[in-house]
Design a protein around this ligand. Structure first.
Ligand code: ADP
Ligand code: ZN
Length: 771
């Protein structure tokens, strides 16, 4: 039987007998249909499943991917493929199968799912990549193969130059890349990418690291993971592990600083020893040079000497193209990246690590609306690879799966360096407001604690998840609030730039000097609410001796900025670092002994069933930044609802306690993870029309999906953020325990209603963003 899931798959024509080969091609745009093309005889051995091709479509030529090779087609008069792209197949059969699963599960066209699998630069044979291909002569051993006169001409050009860029050769010899490739097939020349590849982190010196001696918890966790890796067949598991035992999924629950990364590193080491590659997923926001270095430092040097390739959205198209090819060619065996790295062409694959698996950014908010953690689990299952999900605060979904035996739970209950967990003090801001007139920025206790740290020359991190200066501009006289013309939110005042900005759509306008209402014109217009910019200001006023740095997406316009601020903080040039959630993740500074969470309940009262979970996670993660050195850390949590369970359980570092009370609430209301949810959103510019359509859709869906015995239809209701980017939005939330059945029924249900052209409908399976 064909070994599926391997790149080695290639179709050879049987002997001299000419049988037509037909390529089934998925085009790059969504037509929900695949098309058959004839493979010209001379390309029979180059056209394989996963190969990118150019094909005629109507009067145009379009790009697509070969998804199957067949010998008969239900259609007649097939046209031939016009061009075969790249040097090799871009996708394995297994990854194509993964895209098929995504299309079904997330209810999107197969083409859309397939598109997300390849980086744009790889998909469209990005202009420029050819130029960087070099052609050089190869020494010939044995008899020189027969050549046409044309081929001999071309070969003589290459011989004259010894080595030259392919583009140059094409120009000099007036030939095509296909012709040169035929010389390559005969073993006369070699085409390869330039040696001087772009390396996004290339200029840095990275000091090698050795494997650390593990503590008992780490040892136990690694043992189980390594055992599982030991059972992955050499050469990879192949599709669905070829009937073998599916590789397990582990949930590594380790408190902040427990040394999860060291477990990942050593597990990867075990996979490499067995000739298997690994993928490491990291949330976009945590994919910092510091994170990448930890992996490079271990593997660029170590006994296994392998390259680590990085895939993320801050790379240029060219860099992404090169990094991807490093993996595809097998020069890099470890791929580290954000969400889409789950599709990295690592072959054979032994291990997928999803770090901070609870992070919402693993969910893609446009079609295909996939969750990279869930895709990782599915890919692991299909390819027989071990999956390790790691977090200090696992998602309710993953812990639920672990409790039910779907995942294997591994726990690291103590910090690796034996540092104690920080002491968390919750400050009741209601009493603070009564003492001062109006809510203060810092409580008395936090103020004292900061002073103490400044005296001891220790560092402080202050966390506020709201950027800008003030969160709204209000007129105390007439009640005017500056709102976004496109969205139903107040504009945020950014003092540095003297502008009002919308954090939803990006709209900006000049900040008025007086109330803009014609009848009012009050010059005493007021800035209400606290943002990081104002916090920085308040700090400078209260602690004139301190050096203050700020980190949020306003201060980090360029990619070096991030690094610059962090380096300044690390070397002690900054005493107090203020930031948004950007500073909450994965950073490690031994001299930080105090962390302040300025407004802990900011996200607690959002109309989202995960508000408590998010707050718990955020507080725990932020608190984890404190006391990672020799000095015990202290955390101040300022809150107006200090007795909320999310805050109290975070204070006690009690994940399981939090989980147990939270799961009860989810069970009662049948919210995920107890049931699965899908969110229908209708949007349009006319609110009345959107609402009316939402009502019709809600009714049809309730009927169309009535076969699902346990279906709950909530809504239609206006989205919490009713208007965004000029569109009004209404939602219907569907909940059921059998999502696979819902998505299977969806297409026929969708056919039951027609929407006006100016109303758009999206279906988000397992939604993360409910706003
Ligand atoms: P986590 O990812 O679980 O938050 P880290 O992997 O960042 O934790 O580890 C925290 C710190 O502990 C790091 O500085 C790391 O080098 C160190 N560390 C990890 N494992 C060990 C070990 N076995 N012995 C000593 N130090 C360790
Ligand atoms: Zn807006």
């Amino acid at each position: 039987m064909q070994r599926l899931g391997r790149f080695a798959f290639s179709w050879r024509r049987p002997g001299a007998l000419h049988r037509e080969v037909i390529a089934r091609v998925a085009l790059d745009f969504a037509v929900r249909k695949e098309f058959d093309y004839v493979v010209p005889e001379e390309w029979a051995d180059r056209v394989e499943v996963g190969r990118r091709v150019k094909v005629p479509f109507g009067h145009r030529e379009v790009l697509g991917s070969v998804v199957a090779l067949v010998t008969t087609s239900p259609h007649t008069n097939l046209r031939p493929i016009s061009k075969v792209l790249g040097r090799q197949a871009a996708m394995s059969e297994s990854v194509i199968g993964l895209a098929r699963w995504m299309a079904e599960y997330y209810c999107c066209p197969f083409e859309v799912a397939l598109k997300s699998v390849l980086p744009e630069a790889v998909r469209r044979e990005e202009p420029g990549w050819r130029e960087r291909l070099q052609v050089r002569v190869l020494p010939v051993s044995g008899p020189v193969p027969e050549l046409t006169a044309r081929q001999r001409e071309i070969l003589s050009v290459v011989e004259e130059w010894r080595e030259l860029p392919l583009s140059e050769l094409l120009r000099l010899a007036e030939t095509t890349a296909e012709t040169v490739r035929r010389l390559e097939d005969k073993g006369l020349v070699q085409i390869r990418s330039e040696v001087s590849e772009r390396d996004p982190y290339g200029a840095e010196e990275i000091l090698p690291t050795q494997e650390l001696a593990l503590n008992a918890g780490q040892e136990g966790a690694l043992k189980e993971v390594a055992e599982a890796i030991g059972k992955v067949p050499a050469g990879g598991g192949g599709e669905t592990a070829a009937g073998g035992v599916a590789a397990p999924v582990f949930l590594l629950h380790g408190v902040t600083g427990s040394g999860k990364t060291e477990v990942y590193l050593q597990a990867i080491g075990r996979a490499l020893e067995r000739g298997l590659g690994a993928i490491v997923l990291v949330p976009e926001i945590a994919l910092t040079p510091q994170t990448v270095e930890r992996f490079k430092a271990r593997f660029h040097h170590g006994p296994q000497r392998t390259l680590v390739a990085v895939l993320h959205s801050h790379l240029s198209a060219g860099e992404r193209h090169d990094e991807w090819h490093k993996i595809r060619d097998g020069r890099a065996r470890i791929a580290i990246g954000a969400r889409s790295a789950v599709f990295a062409p690592v072959e054979p694959l032994g291990l997928i690590v999803v770090d901070e698996e609870h992070e919402p950014s693993y969910k893609q908010e446009e079609a295909p609306r996939y969750h990279a953690r869930d895709v990782a689990v599915m890919r692991g299952r299909r390819e027989g690879a071990v999956v390790v999900l790691g977090s200090a605060t696992p998602s309710m979904e993953s812990y639920y799966n672990a409790r039910r035996g779907k995942y294997r739970l591994l726990e690291l209950p103590v910090r690796a360096d034996e540092a104690r967990m920080p002491v968390v003090r919750v400050v009741d801001m209601r009493t603070e407001s009564r003492k001062a007139k109006g809510p203060p920025v810092f409580s008395h206790a936090l103020h004292e604690a900061i002073l103490q740290r400044l005296e001891r020359r220790e560092q402080v991190m202050l966390f506020l998840n709201r950027r800008g200066y003030s969160t709204s501009l209000q007129c105390p006289k007439c009640g005017y609030v500056a709102g976004c013309p496109n969205c139903s939110v107040a504009l945020t005042y950014h003092r540095q730039r003297q502008r009002l900005c919308c954090h939803v759509c990006g709209h900006e306008e000049e900040a008025p000097k007086a109330c803009p209402e014609a009848a009012c014109r009050n010059p005493a217009i007021r800035y209400a609410g606290l943002g990081t910019e104002r916090l920085e200001d308040a700090l400078a006023g209260a602690f004139p001796q301190a050096r203050i740095g700020r980190m949020d997406s306003d201060t980090l316009k360029r990619k070096e900025d991030y690094r610059r601020v962090l380096t300044a903080f690390r070397v002690g040039k900054i005493d107090i670092l203020v930031g948004t959630q950007m500073i909450a993740k994965g950073l490690h500074f031994p001299n930080v002994t105090l962390v302040g969470i300025v407004h802990a309940d900011l996200g607690l009262h959002l109309p989202d069933f995960r508000a408590g979970e998010r707050t718990f996670q955020l507080l725990t993660q932020v608190a984890g930044r404190a006391g990672r050195g020799d000095v015990e850390g202290e955390v101040f949590v300022q809150a107006f609802t200090p007795y909320h369970p999310a805050i109290q359980f975070a204070r006690q570092h009690d994940y399981v306690g939090f989980y147990e009370q939270e799961i009860e609430f989810r069970e009662q209301l049948r919210y995920p993870p107890v049931a699965r949810a899908a969110l229908l959103t209708l949007r349009g510019r006319n609110e009345e029309k959107v609402r009316w359509c939402a009502e019709q859709v809600g009714r049809v869906v309730s009927e169309g999906l009535s076969d699902l015995g346990d279906l709950i239809v909530a809504g239609p209701a206006p989205a919490p953020l009713l208007k965004a980017e000029t569109f009004y939005r209404y939602q219907v939330m569907l909940r059921t325990r059998t999502m696979a059945r819902l998505t299977a029924l969806w297409p026929s249900c969708r056919e039951r209603f027609e929407l006006p052209d100016d109303i758009r409908l999206t279906l988000d399976v397992d939604p993360v963003d409910l706003m």
